[in-house]
Design a binder for this molecule. Structure first.
Ligand code: GLC
Length: 672
């Protein structure tokens, strides 16, 4: 059951909820709202209570013990002390004696103190006027069923998760550093020469002319359409990046068009808001306006006409490097230190000055969006009050545009910024992480939380984006990545190459990567079923074994679908790892492109897992499909070669279709 409450006067209806309800006259079943304005919710946690949710955020699957802020942030680094990352996902599940879900529906900043100030108190505070709160409870008596049901009801309320084409489940290679057509061809050649499977190559900002959206640099990519055609013959898709900022440059068609039509965000004096990002000074489309969204979405045609079928939208929090005002303040501040001897206080004031121009609240407060209020009246609202919806609405603009351009085909789209609602339009990658072992662990913990919030097509930059990676880290990350719907290796320009052939002898990489292609029918089936049925594809063990004291606390193993348990290696130099199995299972060991399997008993085990090997577990009495032949691209995945792993007498519900139809239905499931 879902109860909807309203506190204060929300400025707008966000885009999160599709099946809306009338306001409830009941009271909350757990916790209480202490103040309508500024909004404050409080719940006294019992000793054993666990709190799940919050999608893309730092720390554990159980969020207790720390504080988190929903504020879409350009926060490179995957740092445990950050309390906001790129997304704003305000859904939590309280798991205690009683179980309930809470969704705080606001486009503005909201803070969750989950036992940080006081270990037994959960407080949620928001000082943007007005909020809708949805409380979800379940009539399921059993804890596991209740947890799943609460997430299911929430997901039903926010609408079905985005489904990309089949090829998007293939392996993607990316690097901020493929600067020319030659670079791209070289990457594909090396993958093919080394018999390493590959489906896509992402194009980072260098493919554009002066980083201008919807342009291609003709000097570096002289025959872009031909390149796409040649790649298509190889079974490769190119996935170009699109940034939120539009370069402010006279004569640049996109800028001129948007300026003339008045589609860009304005300051109080009516002038366009300008801030610098990669292209230098930029303007920003007011994605809150339907006409502006429509216009921006139609621009993708410049690239789809050349054969592109997938995009990644970036810098859409929006990230701002500086505004003139911010720059002036920083220079004035620097100036004020000149000639002074810096003491203990002034030195610490001095050092952050250069970074102080980025993503300033003052800048976010200085521009406006044209929105419809709850009475359908057009109003102008400052960005900071609506911040968390900006990137999500860019995804919506792209999705609607792409659906219009490619009416009968699914297209790939993933974004950096997001909030609940945009899970219907595209996926997300987990932003600029680092080539650190704990960032691999962080991905593992983020996945189920993101699934709770509707984001199914997701994954982290494999190998790590910032800092130089190492051979073992890339291998171990790939070994986890074979299970994540978005499987992409991506790195920053100033790091060492980390393609699967970049570390010399590539046999180990081939061994790991090939599992992805053997598992594609399984990953695709589980993904589509989770989307169509509003279920989680990845769950914490506590969702399946809530009564098992050991399983409840385990955060470095996950349940995948109804069959599999994954337990990746995420520690440097580890030759294997401890695994806890809450029931008897079958251990699958994948090595040299082949699977072997053996029963393994419930309980704790140390499992040897060499770097070229992937180990996972199948529940007793379950089976999963596995391709007997290893494909080099998703196009060549041979469904007729499917064998069953696990208990071969158990049926498996296999979903299959042509991979691009927009008619996706449970009717395409057959039991094998
Ligand atoms: C941002 C993106 C990153 C990309 C870079 C250059 O940092 O998050 O993925 O490579 O911009 O476009």
């Amino acid at each position: 059951m879902i109860n909807k409450f309203r506190f204060g006067n929300p400025i707008i209806q966000t885009d999160a909820v599709v099946n809306d309800l009338s306001l409830s006259t009941n009271s909350l079943s757990q916790g209480a709202v202490k103040s309508d304005w500024p909004f404050a919710f409080e719940y006294k946690m019992a000793k054993e209570d666990m709190i799940f949710g919050l999608g893309e955020n730092v720390r554990g699957i159980n969020k207790r013990g720390f504080h988190y802020t929903s504020w879409c942030s350009d926060k490179p680094g995957g740092n445990e002390s950050d309390s906001s990352l790129y997304g704003a996902h305000n859904f939590i599940v309280i798991f205690g004696e009683k179980i309930s879900g809470l969704y705080f529906d606001t486009p503005g900043k909201i803070e969750f103190d989950i036992g940080w100030t006081d270990y037994d108190t959960l407080t949620v505070k928001c000082d943007v006027e007005g909020i809708f709160l949805y409380e979800i409870t379940s009539s399921e008596g059993e804890k596991s069923a209740a947890l799943k049901d609460i997430v299911h009801q929430f997901r039903q309320m926010i609408g079905q998760s985005y489904i990309p084409p089949f090829w998007a489940f293939g392996f993607q290679q990316s690097r901020w550093g493929y600067r020319t057509e030659k670079d791209v061809r070289e990457v594909v050649k090396k993958y093919r020469e080394n018999k390493l499977p590959l489906d896509s190559v992402c194009l980072d900002i260098d493919y554009m002319e002066e980083f201008m959206d919807f342009t291609v640099d003709k000097a570096k990519f002289p025959a872009f359409k031909k390149l796409n055609e040649d790649m298509a013959k190889e079974g490769i898709h190119l996935i170009p990046i699109i940034d939120a900022g539009i370069k402010q440059k006279e004569g640049y068609e996109v800028y001129e068009e948007g300026k003339k039509a008045g589609y860009f965000c304005k300051k109080a004096d009516g002038s366009n808001f300008v801030a610098a990002v990669w292209p230098g000074k930029c303007v920003f489309t007011d994605f809150f306006r339907e006409d502006a969204r429509k216009w921006f979405g139609s621009k993708y045609k410049a690239l789809t006409d050349a054969g592109v079928e997938g995009f990644w939208n970036d810098m859409n929090e929006p990230a701002l490097f500086y505004t003139e005002e911010g720059l002036k303040e920083a220079f004035d501040k620097f100036e004020s230190f000149k000639g002074k001897e810096l003491d203990i206080n002034t030195f610490f004031e001095f050092t952050p000055v250069s970074g102080s121009t980025c993503n300033r609240l003052k800048d976010y407060q200085s521009f406006y969006h044209e929105v419809m209020d709850l009475n359908g009246k057009k109003v102008s609202v400052s960005h900071d009050k609506l911040h968390n919806m900006y990137g999500a609405l860019m995804t919506k603009a792209a999705r609607e545009g792409l659906n219009e351009i490619k009416k009968d085909r699914r297209t790939l789209l993933y974004s950096r910024a997001s909030c609940i609602g945009s899970h219907r339009y595209g996926g997300i990658w987990m932003g600029d992480n680092l080539a650190w072992w704990n960032n691999l662990e962080m991905e593992l913990k983020m996945l189920p939380s993101l699934n709770m919030c509707g984001f199914l097509y997701t994954g982290a930059d494999i190998g790590g984006f910032g800092d130089s990676s190492s051979r073992d880290l890339v291998l171990r990350w790939l070994a986890f990545g074979v299970f994540t719907p978005l499987m992409r290796n991506h790195a920053a320009w100033n790091t060492r190459n980390q393609e699967c052939y970049a570390f010399g002898q590539s046999e180990d990489f081939k061994s790991v990567l090939s599992l992805r292609y053997a598992l594609l029918p399984y990953i695709y089936s589980e993904f589509i079923k989770a989307s169509l049925k509003n279920d989680m594809m990845f769950r914490p063990l506590s969702f399946d074994y809530p009564e098992d004291k050991i399983a409840r606390d385990i955060e470095d193993q996950l349940m995948l679908g109804n069959e599999v348990l994954v337990a990746p290696v995420y520690r440097q130099n580890a030759k294997g790892r401890f695994v806890y199995l809450p029931e008897d299972m079958i251990q699958v060991t994948w090595k040299n492109c082949q699977a072997s399997q053996a029963p393994i008993e419930k309980g704790g085990h140390y499992i040897d897992i060499p770097e070229d090997t992937v180990v996972f577990f199948i529940k007793k009495g379950k089976s999963i499909p596995l391709c007997g032949k290893i494909a080099q691209t998703s196009r060549d995945v041979d469904y007729s070669s499917i064998i069953k792993l696990g208990d071969s007498s158990a049926g498996y519900e296999l979903y299959s279709d042509d991979g691009f139809t927009t008619e996706i239905s449970l009717k395409n499931i057959r039991t094998i």
